[in-house]
Design a binder for this molecule. Sequence first.
Ligand code: GRF
Length: 190
Amino acid sequence: AKLVILISGRGSNMQSIVNAIQADKLNAEVAAVISNRPDAAGLDFARDAGITSETLDHKNFASREAFDQQLMDLIDKFEPNYVVLAGFMRILSAAFVQHYANRLINIHPSLLPKFKGMHTHKRAIEAGESEHGASVHFVTEELDAGPVILQAKVPVLEADTEETLAARVLVEEHKLYPDALRLLIEQHQS
Ligand code: GRF
């Protein structure tokens, strides 16, 4: 399966997918990594791994719709089976989401449907949750509300801060995203 991965920053989830492919644990190829931020650290990793890397800076566009249209044109050149959002910090328009219906995937750092949106770790601690985690899900027009493909859970500990909890969840994210993609890809092969 061909993947295009969208990032905005560190790109550690993108790296975990690339690593899984290189270790023959995921039957896929990354056709391109695209960032909306020119300074995203993940772009360096992708370039070093020999992966086609592109930047499309949203600041150069007058509207969300104009940016999304250009992004679609760029993505479609690579003819991906799946468009994988990995720390991509932009809300996507309805036209974009519809264009990639059933092949647009995201990872969200909470046990959806709990804690949609931002600051999930802080909110989980404040809500007194004993369990927290991450979800890989299909993207639909409603933010963080599409069908869940796979989740990973971690305990919330008494001494947790936002940072320690985020780090515990991130370790699981790095296993979860390749696992979820494998599930999708294997289903479509048989
Ligand atoms: C991850 O925790 C992801 O779930 C969230 O933003 C973070 C991105 O990290 N949406 P990275 O860029 O993949 O390292």
